[in-house]
Design a protein around this ligand. Structure first.
Ligand code: NAD
Length: 502
């Protein structure tokens, strides 16, 4: 069963937040049992947080970036020492298996290392000027307090992607975590505080937690003193955030839902492909934004692949994610289970043939929602296939012609991650080309799930267009100034314009 041990409570600094009564209930999806309560952040407190973040910004923005990077290196070190405990808490609260809980902590450690390197590389360009005796360059400056809204399924890593870059770039953060994974957020904040409190040059309130449901987000969406809102979650949430922040012409960075496909071509290495489908479709019990949801398979290999996948789906080890050997834990809650069942019903009405998808272990876990993953053979890509259901459902469609497969692949509203398994170089190149996959992540001979932090992460269309994590995504957290310096002793104007008063 899922337990909060006293060792976890102490080492992750949960004791001052955890209460036996309060207005925000905590529970584990493992067995649905209560983990206690925490106090909700009031609207007044949320406004106060913005004032504190503004004050912190004035001090933090002038700390040299390499020093900010050094603080983040130490955060990475701190996370190494408590990887086991934090990984356990993540699993306990989100229901993912321990191996994936630990992996999530590793992701933050990795981005701390990335940030340290970046701290000496926040480069701007220099440009040639058309005017004699002039120099042009761009400089990148801290932006201001950033609000981060995060989902339940990566309760620590998504904070890490955003927070580490925001802090590196000189910005304090107000974090509104998912109401389903508040303890993980409290633990992350505690670990950062432990590191940062040792430094005299670091002001207080670099990270503040706004605990509550979606309503508390409004305070940050509407306030001009929050120049950037970075929100990760469902497309519905993204629509709302975009509208609210646009009303005040603020900036937003959106990381929203996916509907990730794989084209499985006749030349593919089928052993590897089956393993990739298994991890991509069943990992995190189908609750990853990059989960494989659509398999577009060449008709000629259908009978070789689909029976094997059915057998894997039937026999995958489902159970308490804290136990070794288990590959699939529970869904996050009852609503997620009901949503999955509604989608399966619609799939059936739209001609789908369903294998699996039923609830299991309900005698043992009356309040835990464990399901057999569903493999659904579809006659075509119907409306339900074009919808993201955040559960382990893999829709399978066939194709005869590569152009048809590509067209089907792109014919969904979301554009997060994609993959192709093929040994045909031309197919692989086309898939990655301008006329290929329209997603933000385009993989060849690996599944769509399990990205590394070095690459920019995010997607197109209704996925929101934002990017976080690697390469140059830091730019979203800074403001750019274009500087022109005149050392000529004259005052020539651009475009050769003469504007002389004498
Ligand atoms: P969710 O949209 O229900 O909630 C995400 C966060 O947004 C939570 O903190 C929630 O309280 C808040 N929220 C919800 N509605 C809001 C609103 N109207 N205004 C302001 N805040 C609001 O998502 P979830 O169920 O926690 O997570 C699953 C979803 O997140 C899936 O759609 C998944 O694909 C997506 N996701 C995307 C990425 C990515 O990088 N693209 C990563 C992880 C998850």
């Amino acid at each position: 069963m899922g337990k909060l041990t006293s060792e976890i409570i102490t080492s992750l600094g949960l004791e001052s937040y955890l209460m036996s009564e309060g207005n925000l209930p905590l529970s584990s999806p493992i067995d649905g049992e209560s983990l206690g309560y925490v106090e909700e952040t009031s609207q007044a407190d949320a406004h106060e947080m913005i004032s504190k973040a503004k004050a912190a910004f004035l001090k933090w923005r002038v700390v040299p970036a390499p020093l900010r990077g050094e603080h983040l290196r130490l955060l990475g070190e701190e996370l190494r020492t408590c990887k086991e405990e934090l990984g356990y808490l993540i699993s306990l609260e989100s229901g993912k298996i321990l191996e994936e809980g630990r992996g999530e902590v590793q992701e933050i450690i990795d981005i701390c290392g990335f940030a340290l390197g970046l701290s000496r590389q926040l480069y701007g360009l220099t440009m040639t000027s058309e005017r004699p005796g002039h120099r042009m360059m761009e400089t990148w400056h801290p932006l201001g307090p950033v609000a981060v809204i995060s989902p339940f399924n990566f309760p620590a890593a998504i904070w890490g992607w955003n927070f580490v870059l925001a802090i590196l770039c000189g910005n304090p953060v107000i974090w509104k975590p998912s109401e389903k994974t508040l303890l993980t957020a409290i633990a992350c904040a505690h670990l950062f505080e432990k590191v940062i409190s040792k430094f005299e040059n670091a002001p207080p309130h670099l990270l503040q937690l706004a605990l509550g449901g979606r309503e508390i987000s409004d305070v940050f969406l509407e306030n001009h003193d929050i120049p950037l809102v970075s929100a990760t979650g469902s497309c519905g949430m993204g629509h709302y955030v975009a509208q609210q922040v646009s009303n005040r012409l603020g900036r937003y960075l959106l990381e929203l839902g996916g509907n990730n496909g794989m084209i499985l071509a006749p030349s593919a290495h089928l052993e590897l492909a089956v393993r990739a489908v298994t991890f991509s479709a069943l990992g995190t019990a189908g609750q990853r934004c990059t989960t494989l949801r659509r398999l577009i398979i060449h008709r000629s290999i259908y009978d070789q692949v689909i029976p094997r996948l059915k057998s894997i789906f039937e026999n995958v080890k489902i159970g308490n994610p804290l136990e070794s050997g288990i590959l699939m834990g529970p869904l996050i809650n009852k609503e997620a289970y009901e949503h999955m069942q509604e989608s399966l019903k619609l799939a059936q009405e739209q001609g789908g043939k369903i294998h699996g998808g039923t609830r299991v272990l309900k005698e043992k876990y009356t309040k835990g929602y464990y399901v057999k993953p569903a493999l659904v053979e579809m006659p075509s890509q119907t409306s339900i296939v074009k919808t993201e259901t955040f559960a382990p459902i893999l829709y399978v469609m066939t194709y005869d012609d590569f152009t048809e497969a590509l067209q089907m692949h792109n014919d969904v509203p979301q554009g997060l991650s994609s993959s192709i398994f093929t040994q045909d170089t031309a197919e692989a190149e086309i898939f990655m080309s301008a006329s290929g996959s329209d997603c933000g992540i385009v993989n060849v001979n690996i599944g769509p799930s399990g990205a590394e932090i070095g690459g920019a992460f995010g997607g197109e269309k209704e996925t929101g267009g934002g990017r976080v994590s690697g390469t140059d995504t830091w730019r979203a957290f800074m403001r750019r100034a274009t500087n022109t310096i005149n050392y000529s002793g004259e005052l020539p104007l651009a475009q050769g314009i003469h504007f002389d008063v004498s």
